[in-house]
Design a protein. Sequence first.
Length: 302
Amino acid sequence: MSGGYKLSYLDNLESESIYIMREVAAEFEKPVLLYSVGKDSSVLLRLARKAFYPGKIPFPLLHVDTSYKFTEMIEFRDNLAEREGLNLIVHRSENYIEKGMHPSGYGRDKCCKFLKTQALLDALSEGEFDAAIGGARREEEKSRAKERIFSFRDRFGAWDPRNQRPELWSLFNTNVDPGESVRVFPLSNWTELDIWNYIKREEIEIVPLYYSKKRKIIRRDGLILLADEFNEPEEGEKVEEEMVRFRTLGCSPCSGAVESDAADLDGIIEEVGAALKSERENRAIDHESEGSMETKKKEGYF
């Protein structure tokens, strides 16, 4: 319309995501927002605030803490929750943590299965949540490209990629049988570059690990790992100091950094715009075995 306000590409993405969140709040009895402390979760949190402003976000946040998250992530999470009065639930699989479950001793697949997948299923069951909102995007990884925005899980929390409901004209089937639940992905149509442009536009605070600076690192199995309390140098390894940052954040023993000089948002946006590989190329758990991510998702992984 001549002379009218024209929505930007980011405005359209924002509008779609807000609509999805409001649909979840209207259609489900007990939804929850999965908060991983990463950049996508930070965008989800901003969208949730906008969706229900001036009221409070009508559902809690859930963080599954494996006990191996970067210290900076936990500090950021706790400071944000206290400062903004968030209804934050933190769930840990204490039984397996007490047994010393660690990727180096049990393997990444087994560690992820118990500290992430089973922990998430237990938390959703204990909270009796019928919808879990997450920040996965279709362009991140090939199995995630198979997800619908409203992705249904059976009573065991399992996902069947062959049994997905059509979502024509943004109409979502929210009917679930007793015991079933839905994983909802409001950022499905966003890209990594969209996320960073939105963070810049909205001036969203993020974990400092996303910004490049000189850090102590260990090179292992093709990954650049942060030399911290979770990653001690093994025989033949040495601790180096390099300019690195993280494109994606998870558990410290499984999240690789990238060599980078991008110390601010403009630098990150330029770097991501020129990137030829997905950010999840540096997440070891995605590549542990053939079809690894899809198998984990079928078992209940997010």
